[in-house]
Design a protein around this ligand. Structure first.
Ligand code: VGL
Ligand code: ZN
Length: 194
């Protein structure tokens, strides 16, 4: 499947933060291995003058999703800690890029980059109709961001070569991909996009 990029396209890079990488607080297996390919997408969009959005988990220290608060996750991506930083090799363009923080208040969690953020309004302001989504975790934030985009009327492309999942139960990521495709997302890889 060939996709030609247009001025109505944007790239959304989901939660490529240290805590989600091997050795981090909530590691996604092989999460770091997608950095080089993601960087290629980031450079491609950037060269074409298309906006790149980086979502990040940005939790307060006592966030409800943390086990001590009755949640299911170990503390991760706490605001202004090293674990919340992006992977050091992730390419962040100088211009036309936006950092979208989510899960920022203590009593709410957000798996979707659209939930409680300005992502939708920034996309709307720029006339974006199609979003290309990669990052981690396939079975949580990527999945919810893709479904969120579709529900808001965007065409969503899932970057199949740039996603990794947590797989709390084996097969979660595979099922998440199926769900996204069934919901209308189009699966693509680098060779499809120009
Ligand atoms: C995520 C678990 C908890 C994610 C965030 O980015 O997919 N997963 N918080
Ligand atoms: Zn989180």
């Amino acid at each position: 499947m060939k996709v030609r990029l247009s001025p109505q396209d944007a790239l959304v890079v989901v939660d490529m933060q240290r805590d989600f990488m091997p050795g981090g607080a909530l590691p996604v297996k092989e999460g770091d291995t997608i950095v080089p390919r993601l960087n290629q997408y980031i450079q491609l969009f950037s060269r074409k003058g298309l906006p790149v959005f980086f979502t990040r988990d940005w939790h307060p220290p006592d966030h409800i999703s943390f086990k001590e608060q009755g949640g299911v996750w170990p503390p991760h991506c706490v605001q202004d800690t090293p674990g919340a930083l992006f992977h050091p090799d992730l390419f962040i363009p100088e211009d036309n890029r936006f950092i979208i923080s989510k899960g920022t208040s203590r009593d709410f969690d957000a798996y979707s980059g659209f939930q409680g953020t300005v992502l939708h309004s920034l996309l709307q302001e720029r006339g974006i109709r199609r979003v290309f989504v990669g990052g981690v975790a396939t079975d949580y934030c990527v999945r919810n961001t893709v479904i969120g985009a579709i529900n808001l009327g965007y065409q969503a492309f899932l970057l199949l070569d740039c996603i990794k999942g947590v797989d709390v139960s084996p097969g979660d990521s595979e099922r998440a991909v199926e769900k996204m495709l069934l919901a209308g997302a189009v699966g693509v890889d680098a060779g499809d996009i120009g």
